[in-house]
Write a protein that binds this ligand. Structure first.
Ligand code: IMP
Length: 199
């Protein structure tokens, strides 16, 4: 029987994406099947801290196995901002377009456009955890291009590409994106752990 794995996210797209990729290893559940009434704390100063906070909170509160993720955009010339504050860079309520415009304003006149998207996945089971980081390096373009995706996709051009993420299909983006790379590391870890258990 596959173990039950809870995903610490309310985002339906992430649940679908992760369920498809992890269904051979786990019986995947989202948080709607737990009686969670409060917000999961996200008070960390880094993506890694927030990812761990979320995974630990759910795993310890409900005594379950949990996978949490936290992602963001880090821009070199802005000292790593918006980073952990990516979702609400321009303030409340969360507004993807305002975030992207503020980013372009803060970068106007700056020639160093280097940036990276990062995802940290944390797997928390039996009071221990493992974290997996995936990243994609790229540049922030001068003006938004493309209509696919979400968030900062229209201004992020991955290195070695001529298109922004928003000019790629979801399948093309997923081949190289931060979330997919973190997930690949997690799946390799599961395979290795399984191999050791079988020996
Ligand atoms: P989350 O932790 O995956 O919810 O990501 C936090 C925020 O980072 C999002 O609200 C977006 O602003 C930004 N972000 C993360 N991943 C991406 C991406 O793949 N494309 C564009 N923006 C992203």
């Amino acid at each position: 029987m596959r173990p039950v794995l809870y995903l610490a996210t309310q985002n339906k797209h992430k649940v679908e994406e992760l369920s498809a990729l992890l269904k051979h290893n786990f019986d995947i559940r989202d948080l709607s099947t737990l009686s969670l009434t409060e917000e999961i704390p996200e008070t960390g100063k880094t993506l890694a801290e927030n990812s761990l906070l979320k995974a630990r909170y759910i795993a310890e509160k409900f005594q379950v196995i949990c996978l949490a993720d936290d992602s963001g955009l880090e821009v070199e010339a802005l000292g790593g901002a918006p980073g952990v504050y990516s979702a609400r860079y321009a303030g409340e309520p969360k507004d993807d377009l305002a975030n992207l415009q503020l980013l372009l304003t803060n970068l106007s006149g700056i020639s160093n456009r280097r940036a990276r998207f990062v995802t940290v996945l944390t797997y928390y089971a039996n009071n221990t955890y493992s974290s997996f980081e995936g990243e994609i390096q790229g540049n922030i373009v001068e003006a938004p291009r493309g209509t696919q995706g979400f968030g900062y996709d229209p201004v992020f051009q991955p290195e070695y590409e001529t298109r922004t993420f928003a000019e790629m299909s979801l399948a093309e983006k997923n081949l190289i994106a931060h979330r997919a790379r973190a997930l690949e590391k997690f799946i390799n870890y599961l395979d290795e752990t399984q191999k050791c258990a079988d020996e």
